[in-house]
Design a protein around this ligand. Structure first.
Ligand code: SF4
Length: 399
């Protein structure tokens, strides 16, 4: 039964479509962005969320490794990149990458998330050996790596076509692709915030190619810089169309722009805007199963609230995050499993530890909620902690 709030809402007709399980169109989506009726938008998003995943809220034990911040581009919104001789420039060699992965495996992670700048001199072998060496640590470890622009860069470095590049990376251990680099697809916006980056079409082509090879990836939208509501609608429209075609996206992530140390004079999105955008993405992207709130960007408190506004995934333990902290994020860089579980429970949801493809991992123990902290304390061996993985399979930030 429709409540009084919705009966009186200017969005009542959209609510009726959503309730009937009908797809909303771009005009509806624009009206949602232009409305301040967050309560009604939240009710709609929550209904879609619960229809898709019930009361579950997912999280993953993962570690991020940003292998280098040295980049040949200079995107105006990016606080992460450095030139080789700049203060703060860094690059990890393979033994350093392996050491970081080994430390995290002791904590029970099931996934390593790897992105970096477009390095001017790393050879093709660096990337292939990186994946091989990490995969050798435990074949069940899922390597979620590289954005579309990194794939294009590797294609250039390795003098291979994009399909050949993706095939070689998959043979070396690539599990799935990350969704970064999409920013906002509109060319006028891209011209302001990342003029030298790949076009929307190139971003889509890389993901399309990967999906057609059976790979999976995530997709993103960066908000709170120079974009307008209609740019966001256009962005979501392109993602929904590609998902209709390939069904390869596992999740959508709204990324909040952080302005510190960038060349863009904008404040980033408010909490209200973040919640509204997450909720609208849940309503509009009816063909993408999961909506993720990246707590490292928006803070755990707002991420927790977002679980009632369409979100069903809080991402993971992360351990070391450089990209958004160099842009001013004040969040911690690591979240223990029991903290993630507690945050989810406080929001009235049921915590489900997942693997990279959203299969539940060890659900009973995840419910107990302290394996990450315990493993950290007693430094269990990789084989002991990794034994809890569900199969990572062979499918399938910045840059
Ligand atoms: S966003 Fe990526 S490609 Fe652009 S400057 Fe930063 S690291 Fe380089």
């Amino acid at each position: 039964m429709m409540n009084k709030l919705i009966e009186r809402s200017e969005l009542r007709d959209i609510y009726e479509k959503v309730e009937a399980g009908q797809r909303i169109d771009e005009a509806d989506c624009l009206r949602l962005f232009r409305s301040n009726d967050l309560a009604t938008i939240g009710v709609m998003a929550n209904a879609v969320r619960e229809r898709k995943v019930g009361n579950a809220a997912y999280y993953i034990l993962n570690r991020h490794i940003n292998y280098s911040n040295i980049c040949i581009l200079d995107c105006d919104f990016c606080a992460f990149y450095r030139r080789r001789r700049d203060a703060g420039a860094y690059e990890y060699n393979l033994p350093q990458m392996v050491e970081k992965a080994q430390e995290a495996l002791k904590l029970g992670i099931t996934e390593i998330h790897i992105v970096g700048g477009l390095h001017p001199s790393f050879k093709w072998e660096y990337y292939i050996d990186m994946l091989r060496e990490l995969k050798k640590l435990d074949p069940r470890l899922h390597l979620k790596a590289f954005t579309a622009i990194e794939i294009l860069h590797l294609s250039w470095v390795g003098k291979r076509s994009v399909p050949e590049t993706l095939k070689a990376l998959r043979e070396a251990g690539l599990g799935s692709m990350t969704g970064g680099g999409a920013e906002i697809f509109d060319p006028e916006v891209r011209n302001v915030i990342c003029h030298a980056k790949e076009s929307a079409e190139e971003w889509m082509d890389v993901h399309r190619t990967w999906h057609k090879m059976g790979g999976r990836s995530t997709c993103t939208m960066l908000i709170g810089h120079v974009e307008k509501d209609h740019h966001r609608v256009d962005h979501l429209k392109r993602l929904r169309a590609l998902q209709d075609e390939t069904k390869g996206f596992t999740a959508f992530v709204t990324l909040a722009f952080h302005p510190d140390n960038t060349k863009i004079a904008a404040a980033g999105p408010s909490g209200f805007d973040m919640l509204k955008t997450l909720a609208i993405s849940r309503i509009y992207l009816d063909n993408i199963d999961h909506i993720k709130a990246y707590w490292i960007l928006m803070g755990m408190k707002l991420a927790q609230v977002s679980l009632s506004y369409g979100v069903d995934d809080l991402d993971g333990t992360v351990i070391e995050e450089k990209i958004y902290h160099m842009a001013g994020a004040k969040t911690p860089q690591q979240m223990a499993q029991d903290e993630l579980v507690r945050a989810i429970r406080e929001a009235g949801r049921t915590p489900v530890q997942r693997d990279s493809l959203y299969n539940p991992v060890n659900p009973v123990e995840a419910d107990a909620g302290s394996a990450f902290a315990e493993a950290s304390a007693d430094q269990a061996s990789p084989s002991q902690t990794a034994a809890t993985y569900a199969g990572a399979g062979n499918e399938g930030g910045k840059a």
